[in-house]
Write a protein of this length. Sequence first.
Length: 278
Amino acid sequence: MNYNNVCQNMNIGKIIKMIFLSKNGTDEYVNMFADGCNAKPTSDKTFDYDTTAPQPIVLRGILKHKIMKKCWEDKRDFYYMDSGYLGNYKSPINPNGWKWFHRIVKNDLQHNTIIDRPSDRWEKLQYKIPKWKKDGRNILVVMPSEKPAKFYNIDMNEWREQTISKIKEYTDRPIVVREKASRPERIVKTIYNELDNAHAVVTLQSIAATEAVLYGVPAFGLAPNASTPVASNDITKIETPYYPDSDLVHKWACHLAYGQYHIQELYDGTARRVLNEN
């Protein structure tokens, strides 16, 4: 293990020593972040949690759940990387819908609170805070993928049946189930196709809840997730969903924009700088 992997921001004098845990040493996004910190990644094949110095660990993907849970138990900081909240579908700033944006979350899977942030990073994404759509008919249930199901120790079929059964206790609206498809399939058939006629979205912890709110559709997230500050977790309220005011949604969106980074920002040190400053 190389204990000299150092992430340093000379502008504010902070030095953060971190272990950049890269799958087989070849995880391109972790490696980009390590490069942006003038550090070298560590292969997960040679990493030993118990024999390393108690430095923060950078890791990507929910399958690293054993390490995350160990960090929580030991009160050891970690930085979790995964797909960004915004900007990874086709848009003026991302014409091909490439996976350009990645979130980095300290000691959690998603940013599920709100911290005051400037609006500059949000504005660069070229989104707008929408008006709430209140004419949708369907309840859109977005299924968790296999990896989050494993993390939360749930059976996906049971979750589907129990969630739909619960919804039916409080509404007779049609229920549409969206399964987690491959990324190429999601680029062709985006969630927005199904949000057009949605009264509300119900999910476990999917980024779909965030996408729904930023499309003007209220969301229900049944586990902590990025939409938590602007969504509900109470299915009994499915006919009267939470419509937070636009100021709160804007404040929330600005915070999320500060929690994700373009791949160039991983590599050029911007992610390092923003994390150090916040």
